[in-house]
Design a protein. Structure first.
Length: 133
């Protein structure tokens, strides 16, 4: 259960409705998910977060499926159930297959394990990895 009241479209202020309308138009959906409804309790945070997400997830050098899979990987590592479910659905919508999901989870699990081992052993970074690109 959310720690704040979810703001539905019908009860939203004009400022919040404007963001909701942009979310629906940009994502080509007819509903607003609970994440945005929770953020609507503080309209400046809602607007800032939406604008940032829209910019970061917009078409660019990375394919949409890659962006969603990166978002999913970080969400798994951070343990955010809401984001895991949301971005799994979004990644599937833009083409992630079951095989891709399986490999992604294997990479996430391995990266988390080796990161912890390297940190635990305080392994010095090899000079070869310090080259400028």
């Amino acid at each position: 259960m959310a720690t704040v009241r979810l703001i539905e479209y019908g009860e939203a202020s004009p400022e919040v409705r404007a963001v909701y309308d942009d979310i629906k138009a940009t994502r080509k959906v007819d509903w607003i998910n609970n994440f945005w409804k929770a953020l609507a309790n503080h309209p400046p945070t809602l607007k800032r977060t939406w604008e940032s997400v829209k910019e970061v997830m917009a078409p660019g050098a990375l394919d949409p499926v890659v962006k969603e899979m990166i978002y999913l990987a970080v969400s798994v590592t951070n343990g955010c159930e809401y984001c895991i479910r949301s971005h799994t659905a979004a990644a599937r919508k833009v083409g992630m297959s079951d095989a891709m999901l399986g490999e992604l989870m294997a990479v996430v699990g391995m990266a988390n394990e080796t990161n912890r081992l390297a940190n635990g052993y305080q392994v010095e970074v090899d000079p070869q990895f310090m080259t400028k690109t």
